[in-house]
Write a protein of this length. Sequence first.
Length: 221
Amino acid sequence: MHRSFLRTAYSTVIRTGRKTRFQLSHAYPEDHYYNYIKLLLPWEHVFAYGRIVIVPYSRKSLVGGDICADFCSQVGLNFSQMQKVDDRYRSLDALQCEALRQLNLVLPDFADSLEGWRKAQALRRVVIKQLRTGPPLGSLLRPDELEAVQAMFCPFNDALAARYLPSGLPDDWLDVQIVESTVAPAEASKALGQALLQAASSGPRDVRPSATKAGRSLGLW
């Protein structure tokens, strides 16, 4: 579960402008973001132990394969009466992450300019739609790194199970999914060049100049 969360967290920050490549060192047990025990204890302090419900995030185990439908089921809401939203924040794959990371190298940071970052976000959203698919995010971690993540968080997973999951961790909590495919930077650059070209020629008018500038700045055309 931590391995999956680590990869999807990387996909999320790439969507918002991160420029550096995926690094295993970014996850460590002292970080509340990755340590579920540290994450849950403040909630328990406010809402009480008995009100904490742990639901493993796995599309195959979610009601209807949808996190919104599953949440409604957990809290007793009628999902059919809810307004549906598109699945725009589904995790990127390994190729898309690397292509977008390369694009981020020439786009404004949030710290540099809020307006520039907002324009960059508009371009990123268009480019993501144009990017072709590649290997799954699982390819970001080598087998030895998968083992390292498991070992790092094992004591905290055990504590989590002891406190909140009397029946134990779900069977697929520690599943190791080995993905042999890798993404070469040149392959991602090619995919990015194609996506930027489409954005520059047929994307929304307000992103065409940014797409053209980015493609030229990266030397893709």
